[in-house]
Write a protein that binds this ligand. Structure first.
Ligand code: ADP
Ligand code: MG
Length: 249
């Protein structure tokens, strides 16, 4: 594992608490993702997984504690926040592509606007990325003309076009028809193999077993277990993890 001792972790959360009104949804969250690691976050619905992802690129402000990305605390606003969002790619369950733009435009817009990449360079990079995710031949189409799996791969290409330092995936295959799940997981696996730092919320246990360096298990706003996939799946320590695995495996 690529965990050079001198480099700061790519993501570091310390004592993070988050409330929605009276609801305490993240409780003293401490965890780190070293550069190059793939961490899969598992846990029942409502345990805080999405809120944690959203907190990491500051789509949700936190109430206390600190989150750092690549050694720097999250900026609150302005250009620094835009730069953070460019460094932290995010892929959601719903693909969130711009419906009225072509796939190519979806991938080229933000790099030009945020990273100030020239139109020519943005296009070149976009076509390389679309090639890499296997949909270069769909570049001139609109999102609605693509299958769900193709749209999600376009969303991954769009995030990668910003040259992010880390990628967050929040249930990227949950909205897909079953026959399209594997093509998206394959894209994610190849990203992992290339050394991308990834935090992945998923219920795809095959992906967790094959691609994850670590599994973080959340329940009721807490990190209950943080272990290797092997240990988590074969010898979960907590009753909550055993109960969860009993329901999904
Ligand atoms: P998960 O992704 O693990 O299913 P979430 O992070 O989406 O969990 O939600 C954690 C808890 O916070 C749930 O109880 C959910 O209902 C609540 N919650 C999430 N977003 C909001 C919000 N914007 N306002 C109020 N409650 C929310
Ligand atoms: Mg969620």
């Amino acid at each position: 594992m690529s965990t050079a001792t001198s480099a700061p972790p790519m993501i570091k959360a310390s004592g993070v608490n988050k409330f929605f009104g009276d609801l305490h949804v993240l409780k003293e969250i401490d965890f780190e993702v070293p550069a190059g690691q793939v961490v899969v976050v598992l846990g029942p619905s409502g345990s805080g997984k999405s809120t944690l992802c959203r907190a990491i690129n500051r789509l949700e402000p936190i109430n206390s504690g600190e989150i750092q990305v690549d050694g720097k605390p999250l900026p609150a606003e302005g250009k620094a926040l835009a730069a953070l969002r460019a460094d932290v790619g995010m892929v959601f369950q719903q693909f969130n592509l711009f419906a009225h733009k072509t796939i190519l435009d979806n991938v080229t817009l933000a790099p030009q606007k945020v990273r100030k990449v020239s139109a020519g360079d943005a296009r070149k990079t976009a076509m390389e990325l679309l090639e890499r995710v296997g949909i270069a031949n769909q570049a001139q189409k609109y999102p609605a003309q693509l299958s769900g799996g193709q749209q999600q791969r376009a969303a991954i290409a769009r995030a990668l076009a910003m040259r992010p330092k880390v990628m967050l995936f929040d249930e990227p295959t949950s909205a897909l028809d079953p026959e399209m799940v594997q093509e998206v997981l394959d894209t994610m696996t190849s990203l992992a193999d290339e050394g991308m730092t990834m935090l992945v919320v998923t219920h795809e246990m095959g992906f967790a077993r094959r691609a994850a360096h670590r599994v973080v298990f959340m329940s009721d706003g807490e990190i209950v277990e943080d272990s290797t996939p092997d240990d988590f799946f074969t010898a979960p320590k907590s009753e909550r993890a055993k109960d969860f695995l009993g329901k999904i495996l």
